[in-house]
Design a protein around this ligand. Structure first.
Ligand SMILES: NC(=O)c1ccc[n+]([C@@H]2O[C@H](COP(=O)([O-])OP(=O)(O)OC[C@H]3O[C@@H](n4cnc5c(N)ncnc54)[C@H](OP(=O)(O)O)[C@@H]3O)[C@@H](O)[C@H]2O)c1
Length: 218
């Protein structure tokens, strides 16, 4: 299976790339800083240099040739203010959707966020804008005829993965390790029966493969 990860150098994207590469999948993806390409290559991960905000859909579609599953794990991550969030988390997804269509790719997995994340704390305008852009991106993808899946992880941590999660259409927002998000995405990549689903993800008691299998039966 060939998987293209937009945001392959990111915390989640790079972990997913390593897992899929180790599983024997063909992996490619977009990174924007040259040193990230060197790091990925040293880890045995193939990736392509490019900036999502400078590529139009036809140019991205060229890079996607032969891809079975497109994973969108990119995000501005608070850098560059609201304009960067709009350009990457919002318009970037629009470009990826159009590119997937042009390249004949049916499956798109989007890493999103709980819409109610951090309702319990004081929120900045920048954060509210981020949540708004992410929710609009979910809505845009859900309105396409692609075989989409939207994964909404809770607050991300760099703790070591536990291999155990909660995966469900509706959960209470807590947290989740990037290791476990990546492992869940890898499982979803290999479970094409799951599509047209919004799934929320937190740390929990169920082994990842079991949790994904259970959602595939639902
Ligand atoms: N942080 C949280 O608690 C949390 C919670 C739920 C969901 N999420 C979502 O989870 C996703 C992944 O999180 P993460 O921790 O893996 O984020 P991350 O480490 O910031 O990774 C995002 C990647 O996207 C890349 N990117 C940004 N703009 C780009 C562009 N124009 N062209 C190409 N690549 C670009 C970044 O590149 P650079 O490395 O060059 O910056 C980065 O490598 C994000 O979309 C985030 O919204 C986050």
């Amino acid at each position: 299976m060939k998987v293209f990860i937009v945001g392959i150098a990111g915390g989640v994207g790079s972990r997913l790339a390593r897992l899929l590469t180790a599983a024997g999948d063909r992996v490619d993806g977009l990174y924007r800083r040259p040193e990230q390409g060197e790091r990925l290559a040293a880890e045995g991960v193939h990736a392509t240099h490019g900036d999502l905000t400078r590529l139009d859909a036809p140019a991205l579609a060229e890079l996607l040739h032969g891809t079975d599953v497109l994973v969108f794990a990119a995000g501005a991550g608070g850098e560059g203010g609201t304009a960067a969030t709009t350009a990457i988390d919002g318009t970037g997804l629009t470009t990826a959707i159009e590119a997937a269509r042009r390249a004949g790719i049916n499956r798109l997995l989007l890493v999103s966020v709980f819409p109610e994340a951090w309702r319990d704390r004081e929120r900045s305008d920048t954060f509210e804008h981020y949540i708004d852009v992410k929710k609009r991106a979910d809505a845009e993808l859900a309105d396409t005829d692609l075989d989409w899946t939207i994964l909404r992880p809770a607050a991300l941590t760099d703790d070591a993965g536990t291999g155990r999660i909660n995966l469900s259409p509706a959960l209470v927002h807590t947290d989740i390790t990037r290791d476990d998000v990546a492992a869940t995405l890898a499982e979803l990549v290999h479970t094409p029966q799951i599509h047209h689903r919004i799934l929320e993800l937190t740390q929990g008691p169920e082994p990842i493969a079991d949790a994904v299998r259970r959602q595939a039966r639902n």
